[in-house]
Design a protein around this ligand. Structure first.
Ligand code: COI
Length: 355
């Protein structure tokens, strides 16, 4: 039996911002999605309601022990007005995987996918149409049991909020500068690195602050043991082209299984390129930068899309990549992925779904 999602519409819709003013995650739509979990009753009462604040007891467990997971996906408005979700099913599965890692009861994957569609359908007028804009959808699950004991909660809330967005970085789609750090670490095998959980982002803040103080956009994380192997960037997976090989770190337990990462690897393989998901050290990358074989570097992520890297810093040395410009392959990948997302080109893998 399919669980019905009820809809209660707002009586006081907000003014929508002009597409030209959009940055990332500053304004929110008129509605949100909610669903509750209680032990014994399971997940129940899926509903779309007017956007509003939560009241929480100060002893609510998520506020103390961070039992919280989220995901992020986007809805795009094509030139003909059609709204498409990008890889909704894969995002639903990843949200459940993050739940499992944090001992949060998983949800029906099809209901998660329908929750994305339901909120976008109700707030469809909020999906912007200017080039490079989209509706960012943020599904989140938090522990809502009121208790101070450290154990998995018996109550949770799943909510989705949506935000019309432009570029994630202030640089737009221009090259960003990243700084490899061996002072801080993000994740270790056996930890939470693969999960999209609040803790990983809290753990990134001090390193991010230091990188920004040195004029960099983001941190490039190295492995937590030797502090040599490249893991990922603060808000995206990382890829590079050295000679004719495209290299990205493997999914070995410490990095996020990025949906854009997976899509870009598929496109590269479709084009017959040599792609390696393998361990690569910062020393190897810096050496390739010095001897001229490091041709391009880019990040991939839902928020960042495909983001060129124009400069890499490590231990006081700076490597300029592709003359600080967007490389040809990076541009081709960006164009290919946004072409599919906005419905301008074929979608051979069936990644988009119309709402
Ligand atoms: C995303 O790309 O969806 C992310 O989650 C990055 C973010 C934390 C801004």
């Amino acid at each position: 039996m399919t669980t019905e999602i009820s809809v209660t519409r707002t009586h006081s819709p907000k003014a929508r911002p002009d597409d030209s003013t959009l940055s990332f995650g500053k304004v929110f739509t008129d509605h949100m999605f909610l669903m509750d979990y209680e032990e014994g009753r399971g997940w129940h009462d899926p509903r779309v309601v007017p956007y509003g604040s939560f009241t929480m007891d100060p002893a609510t467990s998520v506020l103390h022990y961070g039992q919280a997971v989220f995901d992020g996906l986007k809805a795009f408005r094509g030139a003909d007005g059609t709204i498409r979700l990008f890889r909704a099913e894969r995002h639903a599965k990843r949200l459940n995987k993050s739940c499992a890692a944090l001992c949060i009861p998983e949800m029906d994957a099809d209901l998660i996918r329908r929750s994305f569609e339901a909120i976008v359908a109700v707030d469809h007028e909020w999906v912007p149409s200017a080039p490079g804009t989209s509706l960012y959808i943020r599904p989140t699950v938090v522990a809502t049991e009121v208790m101070l004991g450290v154990h998995p909660a018996h109550r949770y809330t799943y909510f989705i909020i949506c935000s019309p967005v432009g570029s994630y970085y202030k640089e737009g789609v221009k090259p960003v500068r990243i700084l490899a750090t061996d002072k801080y670490v993000r994740a270790v095998q056996g930890g939470l690195g693969e999960a999209k959980t609040a803790a990983n982002y809290a753990a990134s803040l001090a390193a991010q602050r230091d990188a920004e103080r040195q004029g960099y956009t983001q941190v490039l994380w190295l492995d937590a043991i030797e502090r040599k192997a490249i893991d990922e960037v603060g808000t995206m997976n990382i890829m590079m082209q050295i000679g004719d090989e495209v290299i990205t770190p493997p999914l070995a337990g410490t990095i996020l299984d990025g949906v854009t990462r997976n899509s870009i690897l598929q496109l590269l393989r479709d084009w017959g390129m040599k792609v390696s998901e393998r361990r690569i050290t910062i020393d190897e990358v810096m050496a390739a930068g010095r001897n001229g074989t490091l041709r391009e570097m880019w990040g991939t992520g839902t928020a960042a899309v495909v983001s060129p890297v124009g400069e890499l810093g490590y231990k006081g040395e700076k490597i300029v990549i592709s003359n600080g410009q967007t490389g040809a392959l990076t541009q081709k990948l960006y164009d290919a992925i946004v072409g599919i997302q906005y419905g301008r080109t074929n979608d051979p893998h069936g990644w988009t779904t119309e709402v």
